[in-house]
Design a protein around this ligand. Structure first.
Ligand SMILES: [Zn+2]
Length: 294
């Protein structure tokens, strides 16, 4: 429909250099009942939108029928920061915001109201990622078109946020790197892999390098991952192929089981200590982490 994003999108990205812990999510089948709700609710909203822009309260909360299925498919973790979410207290997350959307300019414009009950637009996120950081943000690349009302994504849109359930693997865009400071515990920080613009923007919008998370990443590495790194390294030093394979197998089982947190981080810590050449030498494989409905 000719709508375009103003040429401003470099502004929001600013100087933030962090990147994050998003991994792929496969939702599985749409929950029973969502289709009927979608049909009725889209019709109801269309009547409201004809008169005035919808308000948040116009949407109700019937999309929450999808909440439990999403939570289970995601291994009870946030789709963005991968922290554990033990309770189902918050709303589902709309990847394309439903009421209004900040696409790059200073002010929000219309949201994707017709996608508020669309399975492919729904995710489960923690309150910090959803309510404090992402909110209505949906930055688009400079010069990107805007999805026409009623259409299915992506249409002409070139989204800068990485969709955990989209076709791109978030791990291609975001990488954890260690930060060593004398006398302090090793830190792991997410950065844009290979300078990925989308990785950079996703970290920035979701604040995936916020201090509380960086502390949690450090705890995860110190309390869990480093134990396995040591076991694998000891076996390699001993030159014992069977022990190496066993330690690797145990590490993968512990670090990547369906409900385990911070899998992108664990992946990158293993990749850091045991890069591809070492893995090939010892016949070890390191798959990309993902969460899927079972
Ligand atoms: Zn989160």
């Amino acid at each position: 429909m000719g709508a375009r994003v103003p040429d401003e999108d470099a502004r929001g990205a600013a100087s933030e250099e962090g990147a994050g812990p998003v991994i792929r999510v496969e939702r599985g089948h749409e929950p029973e009942g969502l289709e009927a709700i979608r049909k009725a609710e889209v019709k109801r909203l269309a009547a409201i939108v004809r008169k005035a822009p919808p308000r948040a309260t116009d949407f109700g909360n019937k999309y929450n029928i999808a909440r439990r299925d999403l939570w289970k498919a995601q291994g009870r973790t946030c789709c963005y920061c991968e922290c554990r979410v033990d309770r189902l207290y918050n709303d589902v997350e709309h990847f394309r915001p439903k009421t209004r959307a900040y696409r790059g300019g200073d002010r929000p414009t219309h949201g994707y109201w017709w996608l508020a009950w669309t399975w492919e637009n729904l995710l489960f996120a923690c309150p910090r990622c959803n309510r404090r950081h992402k909110k209505n943000k949906f930055p688009l690349a400079r010069g990107s078109g805007i999805l026409p009302t009623g259409h299915s994504p992506p249409g002409p849109e070139r989204a800068l946020l990485i969709d955990p359930s989209g076709k791109d693997d978030p791990v291609d865009h975001i990488q954890f790197v260690p930060l060593h400071q004398a006398g302090k515990r090793e830190k792991w920080i997410p950065v844009a892999r290979g300078g990925s613009r989308r990785g950079k923007r996703t970290i920035h919008v979701l604040k995936l390098d916020r201090p509380a998370l960086v502390t949690d990443y450090g705890d995860h590495v110190a309390d869990l991952v480093n134990h396995h790194v040591k076991e694998i390294r000891d076996a390699i030093r001993a030159g014992d192929g069977r022990a190496v394979a066993k330690a690797w197998r145990i590490a993968l089982k512990r670090l990547f089981h369906s409900r385990q947190v911070f899998q992108a981080l664990s992946h990158d810590v293993l990749d850091h200590h045991f890069p591809l050449a070492i893995r090939q030498q010892w016949d070890l494989t390191l798959a990309r982490p993902a969460r899927a409905a079972r």
